[in-house]
Design a protein around this ligand. Structure first.
Ligand code: HGY
Ligand code: MN
Ligand code: MN
Length: 411
């Protein structure tokens, strides 16, 4: 390629328009809801697939529903890949995942319009069930893609509503024929909103992400005895709800006492029969623990499980637990991180090296190829919330860093 590509820039208006159009699919009063493999996810997939085909990408759908669009380079060989996810939580925003996929398409279109064909092929992907909100674990599609989870285990996973991944893939028409893990990738770069407060608070435009913190998701089930809320003396109670709430409180205590990067979240609690005047006989709660330090994360897990066992025994209830997700901290490729950092500086942007608090498909691709991420600021650090916002200028800056990072990797 003998172009001076330094002055090349993406079309920010077109990127913003696509983000807005995709964001209409699954829009609710509480935010964007395109839970993995739902009808809304299927409609979002159809739209992005249409854009991929309009760009002339050769599109493949694998057996777990991952979608990869490839733009051929002047030479054969493994592509340089970018992408992310387009499934959302129930209260999703416009940018989480969607930005990485649509900025990838914008890069391809910008290169087409400039008449540039890179030496290596370029691929844009979206992976199935990154959020893990409906089917555990999160990053399921990219985990299968890199061989970290057996396809059968993923397909037979039962979601929070009782349906399996396989059934839902068939229902939305994305049970692909391609084997998972194709094409093998030369390198991977993902653009994503930070979803935290750091870049905005410290006045940076770009995050050169050094890695992803460890993630531990546990579901606790507590079985006690339902009884009358008024007539049952406290000493005779076996209150599942009390134990669940105590575990939830202790999760917060552990994070507060440990400090550092330790975080703890109880996102889901179900009580049965969930009535004002009945002592709950059953409680199910999820605990999300994360830390950049694996040893500290294990310590938090041990403290939580020990507390849960002790309080369940004291209350005379039965406790069981199952691991919903467990990923150790991941470090990205140092050269790729430096490339993101240098590219941002060359574009006159203030860039900060930082870890990711959220999980991402990139942490799975890092198992098989040199991988990096580019962050752009989240207003107020808000995400997984309909108020998620990143300014058009920041979106444009991030997409231009992606453009020039991919150009370097694919040339
Ligand atoms: O949970 C996460 O960090 C990601 O949003 N799946
Ligand atoms: Mn995401
Ligand atoms: Mn998310």
């Amino acid at each position: 390629m003998n172009f001076d590509t330094a002055s090349l820039r993406i079309n920010a208006t077109r990127l913003g328009d696509r983000l807005h159009e995709l964001g209409q699919i699954g829009a609710t009063a509480d935010g964007i809801c395109r839970l993995a493999l739902s009808a809304e996810d299927g409609a979002g997939r159809d739209l992005v697939l249409r854009w991929m085909r309009e760009l002339g990408l050769s599109v493949s759908i694998d057996a777990i529903g991952n979608v990869v669009g490839v733009c051929p380079g002047t030479e054969s060989g493994p592509p340089v890949m970018t992408g992310s996810h387009i499934d959302t939580v129930r209260t999703g925003g416009y940018y989480d995942g969607n930005l990485g996929v649509l900025a990838g398409l914008e890069v391809i279109q910008t290169l087409h319009e400039a008449g540039i064909q890179t030496r290596r092929s370029l691929a844009v992907a979206f992976f199935t069930n990154e959020e893990g909100a409906r089917f555990n674990p999160d990053m399921m599609g990219s985990l299968v893609y890199v061989g970290g989870m057996a396809l059968d285990a993923a397909l037979s996973t039962v979601g929070i509503d009782g349906a399996t991944v396989g059934e839902c893939l068939e229902r939305i028409g994305y049970a692909g024929q391609e084997p998972c893990g194709q094409p093998r990738v030369q390198s991977y770069v993902e653009l994503h909103v930070e979803q935290g407060p750091v870049l905005e608070a410290e006045g940076f435009h770009i995050g050169a992400v050094e890695g992803v913190q460890g993630i531990s998701w546990t579901e606790f089930s507590v079985l006690g005895v339902s009884n009358h809320a008024g007539t049952t003396p406290m000493r005779l109670r076996h209150d599942a709800g009390y134990v669940a709430c105590a575990v939830a409180h202790q999760a917060r205590q552990i994070a507060s006492e440990m400090g550092g990067n330790q975080v703890a979240t109880v996102g889901a609690v179900q009580l049965s029969p969930n009535l004002v005047n009945v002592i709950p006989y059953k409680a199910v709660l999820t605990v999300d623990l994360r830390n950049t330090d694996e040893a500290a994360l294990q310590l938090a897990e041990q403290r939580l499980h020990r507390f849960a066992r002790d309080i369940a025994s004291a209350e005379g209830v039965t406790l069981s637990s199952r691991q919903l997700a467990r990923f150790e901290p991941v470090d990205f490729d140092p050269d790729s991180i430096s490339l993101v950092e240098a590219t941002a500086k060359n574009l006159g942007l203030r860039v900060k090296r930082m870890p990711s608090g959220a999980g991402h498909d990139a942490q799975m691709l890092a198992r098989v190829c040199p991988t990096a991420m580019i962050f752009v600021p989240s207003a107020g650090g808000i995400s997984h919330n309909m108020k998620e916002f990143t300014s058009p200028a920041d979106l444009e800056a991030g997409a231009n860093v992606l453009l020039h990072t991919l150009l370097r990797l694919a040339s």
